[in-house]
Design a protein. Sequence first.
Length: 495
Amino acid sequence: MRAVRVFIVLALALGSGCARQSVAAAPHAAPRAVPLVSAPKAPAWSAADLRRLRARLAGPLGRSALATSGIAIVDSQGRSLFVRREHTAAVPASTFKLLVAVTALQTLGPDYRFETRLESLDVPHNGTLDGDIYLVGDGDPSLTADNLRGGVGVVARSGITDITGAVVADATLFGGHEINPAWEPDDLQYDYAAGTSALSLDEGTVEFHLVPASVGAPARIDVRPPSQAVNVRGGVLTGYSTTLSIDRAADRNDFSFAGGLAVNAEQSFYRPVINQPLYVAGVARSMLLARDITVEGRARTGVAPVVATVLWRHYSAPLKSLLSHMLFESDNHYAEQLLRTVGAHGATIGAQPSAPGTERSGSLVERSVFERLGAPTDGLRVVDGSGLAPSDRVAPIDLATLLARANLDPTGDVLFHDLPRVGIEGTVRRHDVTTALGRARAKSGHISNVDALAGYVDTRRHGRVAFAILVNDSRADDGVVDDGIDSTLDILAGS
């Protein structure tokens, strides 16, 4: 982990543009471990209750691939209500995001905010900033070009007109591969498989805004935000239909365009960038130049000084809001950034020695949270934070018990309300439930040969239950599987 820095904060950083963002007194403080609280009072499941429940669930959970899939439904204390192949580790797909959500709430706290800074070694004088200007990343998954543009505006309004050094990106809080080597190569061209960096912008992507012309004429390709680090090759002709391909070179941000764009079909496409710290530094440099600030050096990466003058400070929204976005939209980039962030902060809860944020260090913190909450780890294999890797593994009983035990923690209510309501919103809005409408909240998971759902159901008489259903079957009929899951949620809700 980077050494603790001593900051000299300029008066300009305390102006209205930054004071509005500095809303957390201690954004890096992690909560101390707290004992679990008692479950809300609800009538216990009697032996007769369990017999009736299991008999009713046997039908929908015996359909198609569900009959041979991993299923765990547990009560508020983690006691089994209905289980099948519950200890068999399975591919979780995006239900894996629940692990990093629980871990982040446990280690960082629901009010944690990411911090991004522009810094310098010396205090500017007479409009000149001698030396480099540093852009320091804290792993914020939500940082946008507009946020950075606002920071550059603060620098411009401070009176700085000349920077004698370079724009230096400090992303040293994270380590390891930018692109997870366990991800499928075919995914890497798409925005949902953007890389991970302590300094990323617009979720690790660049926007290409295409504007058609008259039929037969080249369409205009605008790069947003403008950056000399992104090169556009080839072109797109305006036609009667959109048959477009965008391919990035393997080792640089060179994008080749080919095909056609339908007339009157102005639209944007997003593609992941690589070497993100250098890319973001280049964007920042372009923004400074656009504000008539001379920057004599180029963009590069490096390490910010320990004693620094803060020119601009930006805080993200609270973690609980970021988790809501991640779980509603199944945002892979948020999950990957969070896994490395908890890895970097693992020393604060005694999970590991101080280390950069990597998938490995994050996985150790996740395991420590399983242990703290008393959840099993049968066959748990953490390869990434998002579940995009087909080599991730978790057993249904692990996931369901983790959810049940996390719900007893003071942060459990945050997690519950950050999950989308099944049949109403988010990626679970298309589920067709009746009794469970408004009573079930869950995270879905879908990659090749995987159909998964995990979350909570508020039953009518027995309080809240947690469930994990992980279908790994290439022959599964997704429609039949989803119908069986929906009927299961309805039965639980009415129990």
